[in-house]
Design a protein around this ligand. Sequence first.
Ligand SMILES: [Zn+2]
Length: 287
Amino acid sequence: MSFSLRFGTVGSPKATPPNPGGTVGGIKYAASIGLDALELAWVQGVRVSEATCMAIKQAAVENGIALSVHAPYYINLNGDEEKWPRLRKYLIDAAHFGYLAGATDIIFHPGTYFGRPPEDVLKVAIPRLQGCIEELRKDNNPVILRPEISGKAAMLGSLSDVLEMAKTIPGVIPCIDFAHLHARLGDGAMNTYEEWTQALDLYSNSLGKKALHNMHIHLSGINYGPKGEMNHLIMEEADLDFGNLFRALKDVGAKGRIMCESPVLEVDALKFKHMWIEVSGEGNSSK
Ligand SMILES: [Zn+2]
């Protein structure tokens, strides 16, 4: 049975057996425990051969796993002019090898403000991101680039920043990290049904209803201070109101993927899945 949301982990599940191990092993193990998505955590760099990409793609198809890539942390759409060619290569490489590996979506951290006003930073960031999309399309690469909501107020990547990027550039859609959205301002906001519904309404009003049917969500518990994100937490230790978040997602008709980033990865990913089945009632239908 397929649900309107797929569930998976960012990085291979922790309990992936050593044989065959690697990403192929992670894909097989994820499928065996009832997950149907995986985000390849290429966060320290893109170091993968074409042959490995082919093996990953084949394993994902055989096991019904939808793939995405988390691109290296070093990308910064607001980086210095002379550094930008090197910074953009991380995104282009993640997209190139990710597409070879069968990934449809490339998730990345948009960068930092360096203390400048968001509207000024977006004037630099958006044309640069547009240039990346143009290069990929010239290369017949159809992947979606997904700037992720950041967990700190000093980082580029507020909800309005990522919506602005997506509104302006076809082929760009946000990665909505609800833990980051909650932690970002450091005041405990974004933790009620009403706040999430408002955020999701803003998302669909900005990008059209169809964007709600192709959501890419990061989720975990989160620890935060006055400046925002500190570290990710397991579900039980977090103050995030997951039940009401799932209700808000159900009521707007969200479809897509929820990728778990908690310290126990697949354990919480499966809890999210079971919570969704309960809230959505999809497990009880005969479709
Ligand atoms: Zn991330």
